[in-house]
Design a protein around this ligand. Sequence first.
Ligand code: PEP
Ligand code: MG
Length: 747
Amino acid sequence: MPERTETESRKLLGRLRAALAETTAGQARLDRIVALIAESMQTEVCSIYLFRDAETLELCATRGLESASVHKTRLRLGEGLVGRTARTRQIVNTANAPAARGFRYMPETGEERYSSFCGIPIQRLGDALGVLVVQSRAAREFTADEVYALEVVAMVLAEMTELGAFVGDGAALSARHQQPVMFRGTVGQEGAVEGRVYLHEPRVVVTNPISDDPDRELIRLREAVDTLRRTLDDILATATSIDPEQAQVLDAYRMFANSRSWMRRMEDDVANGLSAEAAVEKEQSLARSRMGQAGDPYLRDRLHDLDDISNRLLRILTGQGQDTGAAMPDNPVLVARNIGPGELLEYGKALRGIVLQEGSVGSHAAIVARAWAIPLVIHAEGIATEALNGDTILVDGDQGIAHLRPDEAVKKAFGEKIAMQARAQERYVSIRDLPAQALCGSTVALHMNAGLMADLPSLQGSGAEGVGLFRTELQFLVRNQMPRRAELSALYARVLDAAQGKRVAFRTLDIGSDKVLSYMKPNDEPNPAMGWRAIRVGLDKPGVLRMQLQALIRAAAGRPISVMFPFIAQADEFRAARAEWDKALARERILGHPLPERAEIGAMLETPSLAFASETFFGEVDFLSVGGNDLKQFFFAADRENERVRRRYDTLDTGFLTFLESIVARCDRAGTPLSFCGEDAGRPVEALALAALGFRMLSMRPASVGPVKHLLRRVRLDEARAVIDAARAAGEQSARGRLMDWLGGLG
Ligand code: PEP
Ligand code: MG
């Protein structure tokens, strides 16, 4: 076989482009392509195997093997040389195939004993799609140049399948992004909704894998890389003076952007006929497949950087920026790898559902979704690559399942589920104006958590008695710049107006941890949840805290007001914060503003340390509110955002319940009003346990008020308490089992 030259690879791509431009579609097109490769490479056999499912490859087109075996011959992942290529995602190139490890003879293909075999993985952005194979009778290894040409072809093939080019008889790829897929994830927020996919960060779609003018493509590539380098230099120039750690990461990016070998590989690809975008994507694919295999975390991180750099470059080349211009469909369901609370807030309440590939129940993005009562499924492995904008999707927040492109039967069953939920809602509406009074006579005040103006209408709709937690940071997160005092004061005044005299507990800014303000200097900390956040920032840099307190006083305009400070770990922090409040009052008085008729100044109990503060402290605070999300993470030393550890510990753990009970007892002794405002307050069984332990005020997302009240009104709290006591007496780890049995017994 003659040595290929780069020009010949280019010729092959040129022919491929011509073939793609032809009107043939589906199988005919696939057949045309294998024939073209075989002729061009002068091999007896060229075949394409595609994944039918995660474990099976199917022969989808061949030139040279028995045509009757197309769509019949199947191989398991790892079986034979084809399966080996697919499993290892490494090229297998051998002159003596029968002697190679894993060789399997497939008589049904009518295959002769071909000596040479070259298998190239077909993959797109780390997604294995299949294997491209050439075989020849002559015993020879394919040259580096031939292998290179095949790699490029494989890449073009991957792009074509992405575009849905093969709509063939059972060809697995034709079904990619078309078939129904079910994703089993984790419950983030209950509820069921049908909608259409709206991708948070849509992949850049490369529509022109092959170029007709390599010289022009080369210029485009170089210009784009120049732009990329300049942007990185610019960011770096500012970043160095601000944050050395961020600068380090950017430096690594710049290293890649200046890497000669990276550039050379892409230039070669372009010279051989790939478009600039396709060349970048080829590198990105390579990085992704290596990323999946790299055991060393450092190496994985660097490959991740390379992946990110490629993305930036693709966006420059395609001019797509972050915004690909896709219009938001009706009933949008946001699909993303992950999302921060600020980004989520930018979408507003238009979203009907959210499905995340990663994410965690304890994150603030999840809290926002919960506040909006939007069904949320997290840990839906692979959804961000499988879903396309506009796909139909059913989000089953109760089961933690998402059905992408569901068939009619699933859709019908789902419709019934939605109707059932609507009926439950009606039930909750019927008890909306009744108190959450248990059968034993004890009453629990149910309040709601809020943070946005848009939450306030729920105060009437849900039947909540007030706002037990107003997360003021959400207002800061939705903006691109620090809000001004006048804006804040106007907003808080509107909140108080909307509350119509009901109590609103404004929590001062809890920034830090996963709540990051784009306009504040990023603060890379090893453990942000335990870092410089909330009141720690407020006391160290009191400017914003003072502004907030003034805004609250002005908003109250003489009305009563409740303020609480987040993340108070010791009495002195509360005292310092309260001193700020007193100073603010004094200043406002001098300025002639009316002072609140009454002010309650409380603290959030979110660290175990505060539960052990002195009696004096318990007497000093006007009220305490347990921030169960944080308290639980610090009690068990289990990151609330880390699903792996978070789920190990039950809120109904008998030790945790005993700890909470001791807080109730201390507040009772000191006569300090106490509430619980973590997410657990909104889960009926957890809420029941809290009430049984003596919590008489619970604050939760609005949608939980109905279900929690419904349960509380049907039980005796003293009996629930006895069940918890029995679990403790029996030395059980969690009271959940007994509580559920008891509830089951009650029907
Ligand atoms: C909590 O920690 O329980 C809490 C209510 O505050 P956040 O979730 O905003 O940290
Ligand atoms: Mg908290």
